[in-house]
Ligand binder design. Structure first.
Ligand code: PLP
Length: 469
């Protein structure tokens, strides 16, 4: 930080402040984690300066030997960890990975007269004029994914995302009563829509999915089965999701982020069967520009860490903690969607339990030292901005070494704060959906309990911030 500080004291100060903030707040954001210092340092180095368009062994730049070594190492580790035939480690993010995957699937499977005429399966080799023809053929294709408002991701066909421009996007949703995915309903939708891509995966759904049955369905309708395991990749790597629940065993193409339960650097990856490999490897230039070698280096480090047997213990502890959190919240009167969880996510209906919006609950808890995010619940009357729900996740606190006793204490703090938070009046004398009242003594009491928990489980104890100050 001293080196950064000499150039930009403001940036160095923000980095130091972020560490202070993360040390003084309990991180319960389901999509975040704490990566190791090895991952962080592998990412912050001179590979930042290197261009390496192409892929390992096939570059459009000179001097890529070391990048080749890193990219090959990361892919090899990904194949070993997940048992995948092919792993592409270049996507800069989960959204990029999905876009590359969509285009690669289209290029591999669409029976396109234009492609036929060109005698070409590789979209990267197609000239601009032919893309105009292809665009017309590709644009007619259908995508069927989980509805954004039921826990699916933006990139799965949400109307303002490019996925909904590229495809005729359709969705399946959860059962209005149970809030669970119902396979018969998904099958009925699939038979009706007949999608080119059947997509599974979620950002806010607390249950596991039977991917074996989804694959059978995809085969029945002649679709490609794609799974976005961004949220639960660490649970697949850690062998919590096995057999019918292991997406890599059943899907043609699996996309993921590397920074959530997998505990790596920010980034994406694509795993696939051999059939899709060559189109996926053309991610650059199809979607991406130059890869980020420093990020691929950090992915390789994180994948190596995930191969350590200790990572399996971690992944199982993440789920044990989430289940303990869900149980403890319910015991204390909170309404937990679907009655619990099979993964790292717990969804709480704060509107029904406490008469609050998600926004009020999120802000009240942040003022008490807990960081988590509001989330719309299926069929949410408060809409996606205010919401009726909170999404809690256990990956980060588990990385700190917390166990079921600590998460039970966390549930107690949360329910005690939320039950004493009241909606405040808005400027016009009505009830605000954002403002709330919470007494200082409740805030102080909660902050003290959070501080006690964090003191026993320090974040990056190796880093001495006094040196920076
Ligand atoms: N897919 C899913 C299921 C996600 O939850 C997310 C991020 O939250 C993404 C894709 C996008 O990842 P990124 O933010 O890295 O683009």
């Amino acid at each position: 930080l001293d080196v950064v500080s000499r150039v930009s004291p403001a940036v160095a100060a923000s980095i130091a402040q972020e560490l202070r903030d993360q040390r003084s707040h309990l991180k319960l954001i389901a999509s975040e984690n704490f990566s190791s210092l090895a991952v962080q340092l592998a990412q912050g180095n001179l590979f930042t300066d290197k261009y390496a368009e192409g892929y390992a062994g096939h570059r459009f730049y000179a001097g890529c030997d070391n990048v080749d070594a890193i990219e090959s190492e990361a892919s090899e580790l990904g194949r070993e960890l997940f048992g995948a035939d092919h792993v592409y480690v270049q996507p800069h993010s989960g959204a990029d990975a999905n876009l590359v995957a969509f285009l690669a699937i289209l290029a591999t499977t669409v029976e396109s007269p234009a492609l036929e005429r060109l005698g070409e399966k590789n979209p990267a080799k197609i000239g601009h004029a032919d893309w105009e023809v292809l665009r017309r053929e590709f644009l007619g294709q259908r995508l069927l994914g989980m509805d954004y408002y039921s826990g699916g991701h933006l990139t799965h066909g949400y109307r303002h995302n490019v996925s909904a421009r590229l495809f005729e996007a359709h969705s399946y949703t959860v059962d209005p009563e149970t809030k669970l995915l119902d396979f018969d309903q998904i099958r009925a939708r699939a038979l009706e829509v007949r999608p080119r891509i059947l997509l599974a995966g979620y950002s806010a759904y607390p249950r596991k999915i039977n991917f074996a049955r989804m694959r059978e369905l995809a085969d029945e309708i002649g679709a490609t089965f794609m799974v976005d395991m961004a949220h639960f990749a660490g649970l697949v790597a850690g062998k919590v999701f096995t057999g019918d629940h292991d997406p890599v065993k059943h899907a043609h193409v699996v996309t993921t982020t590397t920074h959530k339960t997998l505990r790596g650097p920010r980034g994406g990856m694509i795993l696939s069967t051999p059939e899709y490999a060559s189109a996926i490897d053309k991610g650059c230039p199809m979607v991406l520009g130059g890869p980020l070698p420093h990020a691929m280096a950090a992915k390789a480090v994180a994948l190596r860490e995930a191969l350590d047997p200790g990572f399996r213990d971690y992944a199982h502890a993440v789920v044990d903690n989430a289940q303990a959190l869900a149980d403890a919240l319910q015991w204390r009167g909170a309404r937990v969607l679907t009655g619990g969880t099979d993964n790292h996510i717990v969804l709480v209906d704060v509107a029904e339990s406490y008469g609050l919006t998600g926004r009020q609950a999120e802000s009240a808890l942040r003022s008490c030292g807990l960081t988590l995010n509001r989330n719309s619940l299926p069929f949410d009357a408060n809409g996606p901005w205010y919401t009726s729900g909170l999404r809690l996740g256990t990956p980060a606190v588990t990385t700190l070494g917390m166990g079921t006793d600590e998460v039970t204490e966390i549930a107690d703090v949360i329910t005690s704060v939320l039950s004493q938070t009241k909606p405040a009046a808005d400027d016009k004398g009505g009830t605000s959906k954002a403002k709330f009242n919470l007494s200082e003594s409740v805030v102080d009491g909660a902050r003290k309990r959070v501080a006690d928990l964090l003191a026993k489980h320090p974040l990056y104890p190796e880093i001495d911030l006094d040196i920076v100050d």
